[in-house]
Design a protein around this ligand. Structure first.
Ligand code: MG
Length: 273
């Protein structure tokens, strides 16, 4: 499975487009507002099976999330905002059930900016939520993967140890560490490798210096500061064996599809090197 895959979104990308990129593996993102009925799951299952396409992860996103800058992320993303906690817990469990209907063995999301202080009420509440999601996922044979980037590798490692659930893992996104300014991605990968169950191949540049709260700029794969060649080499060295899921988040869909196609070509060349 050490070959390119694609991170794609229900409602934005159709499976034919993803297949046309020449990939057999991928990760499906579920927008916060999408209806998750058994009929919708059955449609996806039929489409995936007939395309011979394997999903390795189903990602949850939530209504009301805003990734404009770091304060917006802190205010709106993941399990941290108090007002949406109960609804997002229920939604995450529903995404786990949906993934189980598709036969997918891993779910993932951004949980947001967890405070570093383990006594902070938000830390305690988010830890409780993550345990709840892990226990629900474990009953379906799934892992629950946290997307990297919003905290340094050492902070994430300490949090995961504190949650203390065997199926809590990491979806490693090297660009996010750069975009959020939280650390050099290759070193972070070496630290986190034993917990990494899936990866994004995404690129980006560091935040502009002297602009408080600014995020860095996401870039087409190979054109940012990740060092994608070293990233793929390091994944191989640490024994990672899953698909290398190319992710591109730019708004313009034509540009995005073009960049995904280029990214898949680049990753295939690196994986086969
Ligand atoms: Mg990502």
């Amino acid at each position: 499975m050490f070959e390119p895959g694609v991170m794609f979104w229900a409602g934005r990308d159709d499976l034919d487009m993803v297949r046309s990129l020449g990939v057999r593996y991928g990760q499906l993102g579920i927008p916060g507002g999408m209806q998750l009925t058994e009929a919708v799951a059955a449609q996806w299952k039929t489409a995936l099976d007939s395309a011979g396409f394997t999903l390795v992860t189903v990602f949850a996103a939530y209504e009301g999330e805003d990734y404009a800058d770091i304060p917006a992320v802190a205010r709106t993303v993941g399990f941290v905002p108090l007002k949406t906690r109960a609804a997002r817990l229920a939604r995450t469990l529903a995404v786990s059930d949906f993934a189980a209907q598709l036969g997918v063995a891993s779910i993932a999301c951004h949980i947001g900016f967890v405070p570093e202080d383990a006594e902070h009420p938000d830390y305690v509440a988010v830890r409780r939520m993550v345990r709840h999601v892990c226990d629900h996922a474990a009953r379906q044979g799934q892992s629950f993967a946290l997307e990297t980037g919003q905290e340094a590798a050492s902070v994430l490692l300490r949090f995961i140890g504190d949650v203390d659930r065997a199926n809590l893992r990491i979806n490693f996104d090297p660009a996010n560490l750069i975009l959020y300014g939280t650390g050099e991605p290759i070193a972070a990968l070496q630290t986190l490798a034993p917990l990494v169950i899936s990866v994004h191949c995404k690129d980006g540049d560091w935040p502009a210096p002297g602009v408080p709260g600014a995020l860095g700029m996401e870039r087409p794969l190979g054109q940012g500061s990740v060092g994608i060649e070293r990233f793929v080499q390091t994944l191989r060295k640490v024994g990672f064996g899953g698909p290398l899921n190319v992710e591109r988040e730019t708004e313009d869909q034509q540009e995005r599809i073009r960049d995904l196609a280029e990214g898949v070509r680049l990753v295939r060349a690196l994986a086969e090197a």
